[in-house]
Design a protein around this ligand. Sequence first.
Ligand SMILES: [Zn+2]
Length: 100
Amino acid sequence: MTRLAMKLEQLPIDRARLARSLRLAGVKVGEGRYRVDGGREAHWVDLYTASIPRCDCADHLWRESVCKHILAALVREGHERVIREIGGLFAELTDHRTAA
Ligand SMILES: [Zn+2]
């Protein structure tokens, strides 16, 4: 497991942010670097330079959260835990449908 992967195992992934991240457009601009569009303005994500992933949006800077832009970048990197969390989102939807 890489250093990043270990760090990410400890970071909370918010399902609402994850759902929103799936509607954003991400363009890879370098190794672990993404420009993420689709919100009010574009944001820049850097996954690997620091010890935790970074983004220049207020959600990340002020709340220190794993924001939707970082999640969008991790989806495009094929990050294992994020993919599994998306599976969790779909399972929730399916459960609601079968319960109704
Ligand atoms: Zn962000």
